[in-house]
Ligand binder design. Structure first.
Ligand code: UDP
Ligand code: MG
Length: 322
């Protein structure tokens, strides 16, 4: 029987873990596959770990990875995917927004010959309009400036075959935007649309800061366009300078130098604009240098504090560089 690994990260989700697992189990129990769940406690400060251990004591398919602190959603997913042993690997959120009811269909599609089953969020009822709008804008920008096309409204709810996962894990970068990395890999993929359910309980764990970080990981690791903005702005100002020189020269040629006004305000204006453009470009270069710096440090993507496998043997202080 084929083994299916389900990777689920949790960050301060004590209110909903029980109901998520009963829903998940009721869906998969009738399927003719073996399952393992890799649940990642991404540095939760609430009772998440205790509840996950309770779940594990009732369901030996659950394997727990407790990270030493909050490393973020993408790193937590990587921790789970690194450990997964399945022939098919599914990643999903643990808050009930990714309906487990889609899993049988995802497996069926993979078995019919696809390597990747992506899911795409359709409009959610009562969705925060700011979040929906910024998401649309984000995908528009990233698809304009990157060579890799990322599915708008794509979710980290997807199925990968073992071959795809091995290739994904072989990508050594520190900054991870999994949706873009999976799109970059290629392979035969299919898109399954779904309407996200409201969260079972609690509030989003994706703070504004985390969303900005994910967006900048996507933009600066998938595109060089910000650097070209500098080049184009530089060219623009060069043309302005040449035009200005020709204009001034024309007064000289006509012998009409006295007509040239002492232009303090226009000079000031140009200096400010050029200053601003230089700062922006330096900022972009700074970000790329920062990203390169983090890549060359070869820090691990996450640190495991404790792994509780189904046979309850504990491994401590094990870190993994993915
Ligand atoms: N999550 C995580 N680490 C984080 C933030 C979120 O492991 O730093 C988990 C969270 O518990 C949930 C999933 O990632 O299972 C998706 O997060 P959330 O539902 O808060 O994001 P949203 O659906 O609002 O984009
Ligand atoms: Mg959610």
């Amino acid at each position: 029987m084929k083994l299916v690994s389900i990777v689920i990260p949790f960050y301060n989700e004590q209110e909903l873990i029980q109901s998520f697992f009963s829903r998940l189990e009721s869906v998969i129990d009738s399927l003719p596959y073996s399952f393992e769940f890799w649940v990642i406690n991404d540095g939760s400060k609430d009772q998440t770990q205790t509840i996950l251990e309770e779940i594990q004591s009732k369901d030996s398919r659950a394997q727990i990875i407790q990270l030493s602190r909050n490393f973020g959603h993408q790193s937590a997913l990587c921790a789970g995917m690194e450990h997964a042993k399945g022939d098919l690997i599914i990643t999903m959120d643990g808050d009930g927004q990714h309906p487990p009811e889609l899993i049988p269909e995802m497996i069926r599609i993979a078995e019919s010959g696809y390597d990747i089953v992506l899911t795409q969020r359709l409009d959610e009822k009562g969705q925060n309009p700011v979040k929906a709008g910024t998401s649309r804008l984000f995908y528009h920008i990233i698809n304009q400036i990157s060579d890799t096309q990322t599915l708008p409204g794509g979710a980290d709810f997807r199925l990968l075959t073992r071959q795809v996962l091995d290739n994904l894990l072989a990508m050594p970068e520190y900054h991870r935007f999994l949706r873009g990395m999976v799109a970059w890999l290629g392979f035969k993929s299919v898109i399954l649309p779904f309407i996200p359910a409201p969260r079972i309980a609690g509030k989003t764990k994706y703070s504004f800061k985390k969303m900005v970080r994910l967006a900048s990981d996507a933009i600066f690791s998938f595109s060089m366009v910000p650097l070209y903005i500098g080049l184009s702005a530089g060219l623009f100002f060069l043309i302005l300078a040449i035009a200005e020189a020709i204009y001034v020269l024309s007064f000289w040629i006509r012998g009409d130098i006295a007509a040239l006004e002492p232009g303090w305000s226009s000079l000031m204006f140009m200096m400010l604009i050029i200053g601003a453009v230089l700062m922006i470009i330096l900022g972009f270069i700074g970000i790329y240098v920062g990203y390169i710096f983090q890549e060359v440090k070869h820090r691990p993507n996450y640190v495991v504090q404790k792994e509780i496998k189904q046979n309850h043997t504990n491994q401590t202080s094990n870190s993994k560089n993915v």
